[in-house]
Design a binder for this molecule. Structure first.
Ligand code: BJW
Ligand code: ZN
Length: 243
């Protein structure tokens, strides 16, 4: 299967990549689903909603502060670095990530779009200002971050039921419609609209390759499905592609 993927990359000048939480798992960042996604007995996907924030902003902020702590200490892993190398080999490259952890730019990827926002930014519910944010170390667990205007701040991320940034989605679709290949890596493929990418790619005759620890909802429709750790499979592909 790796050989097939290498063949596709060799014949591609333009590559679209979609990543999900699995690509950062080997950096020690929990994924969303399965046992990994549990925090204090809350499921991650139940906390990632505007309703959860409305009902209990202290709880939701506590979860984001906890994740910020983990992410701040994490380093990009071999999978992130392999994508940096792949970008350099392609004439055209776009990396669309569902992750909010900033690890792709930190690894050195250049053409990156964030579909679900960034955990190191806040948005003011009163004035709408977007600002960089990292939890001050002395903040108590029930403190709510406030804007200079006095309004309540929320993480600048996209929760369930919220619209994804339209320009990012449109730019991604434009790129995908002209891409030779699409790599889908470390995502369960159940959250829309990212889940639609493999099918959209196939409509434009773009070859599709998946890398995941286990079979997913898109495994049966992609051209090549590789089961394994992204941090092991991707460096092997890059090595096989050579200089
Ligand atoms: C490894 C590995 C290793 C582990 N190597 N692999 C159409 C149909 C049905 C539903 C909908 C629909 N359209 C919209 C919806 C509703 C909803 C949705 O999709 N629900 C589904 C659950 C069914 N979608 C939305 O609401 C989206 N908005 C939208 O569509 O707007 C339009 C609209 C608006 C209003 C009205 C009507 C329409 C927004 C979705 C936002 C998702 N937000 C979150 C939180 C982000 C902020 C944060 O991080 O806190 O995004 S939820 C969470 O899921 C997060 C992730 O980015 C996202 C995807 O998860 P991901 O990355 O796939 O992670 P996991 O954990 O699921 O999977 C990890 C994978 O890695 C696994 O497969 C492992 O096997 C693998 N793995 N280790 C390789 N080492
Ligand atoms: Zn404000």
């Amino acid at each position: 299967m790796i050989t097939k993927a290498v063949e596709i990359f060799k014949n591609s000048k333009s590559l679209f990549v979609l990543t999900g939480a699995g690509i950062s798992a080997e950096s020690g960042i929990p994924t969303f689903r399965g046992v990994d996604g549990l925090w204090k007995n809350y499921s991650a996907t139940d906390l990632a909603t505007p309703q959860a924030f409305q009902k209990n902003p202290v709880l939701v902020w506590e979860w984001y502060h906890w994740r910020q702590g983990i992410i701040s200490k994490a380093e990009p892993n071999p999978a992130h670095y392999a994508l940096v190398a792949l970008e350099k080999k392609m004439a055209r490259f776009l990396l669309l990530t569902q992750n909010v952890d900033n690890l792709h730019p930190r690894a050195g990827s250049e053409n990156v779009l964030e579909l679900h926002g960034n955990i190191f930014r806040t948005r003011c519910l009163a004035c709408g200002e977007i600002a960089d944010y990292q939890k001050p170390p002395e903040t108590s667990s029930n403190a709510l971050p406030k804007c200079t205007c006095g309004g309540l701040l929320r993480p600048d991320v996209v929760w369930f039921g919220e619209a994804i940034p339209q320009h990012i989605w449109q730019n991604s679709l434009d790129f995908l419609s002209r891409a030779d290949a699409a790599l889908i890596c470390g995502t369960s493929g159940i959250v829309w609209p990212a889940a639609a990418i493999p099918e959209i790619a196939q409509h434009s005759n773009t070859k599709t390759i998946e890398i995941n620890l286990e079979p997913t909802s898109v495994s049966s429709i992609v051209d090549v499905s590789i089961q394994g750790k992204a941090g092991e499979v991707l460096p092997k592909i890059v090595a096989a592609l050579g200089q």
